[in-house]
Design a protein. Structure first.
Length: 134
């Protein structure tokens, strides 16, 4: 990865952290762990709907890989995804540096895969968000 891309990514990570802190302040909390149920879901929906990283799909632009990125809302959710994967017929690769799972898939099948995963994750009590990488 080029140095200019790394610097840009670090700047965006800092911008995200600042946005996240402000979102917690708006919700009157010091940690998302203070929320539960619907309020926790509302908080993460607020974050997802109001923050857009300039390079969210940058990492796979150069590699040419295609798939569905799945971001567990917490470490607990990512651990649940790992356990779920161990017992399912799905495969995914964990990107520890960026904190997401990549489910390899053709662009034409993203919607179907997302619906299947959303349904399975809901049954398993996993809170996650999905993004396609073209």
């Amino acid at each position: 990865m080029k140095t200019s891309h790394i610097i840009k990514r670090l700047k965006e990570d800092t911008e995200y952290q600042e946005f996240f802190k402000n979102a917690m302040k708006k919700f009157g909390i010091s940690s998302p762990a203070e929320l539960s149920g619907e309020k926790k879901k509302d908080f993460f929906n607020y974050v997802d709907n109001n923050y857009s990283a300039k390079t969210e799909s940058f990492l796979y632009e150069e590699s040419g890989e295609s798939g569905l990125m799945v971001f567990g809302r917490s470490t607990i959710d990512n651990n649940k995804i790992q356990k779920w994967l161990d017992t399912s017929n799905y495969t995914a690769e964990w990107n520890a540096r960026e904190g997401y799972w990549l489910f390899p898939e053709d662009e034409d099948s993203y919607d179907e895969l997302e619906m299947e995963l959303d349904k399975a994750f809901t049954r398993a009590g996993i809170n996650a968000r999905f993004e396609g990488v073209f």
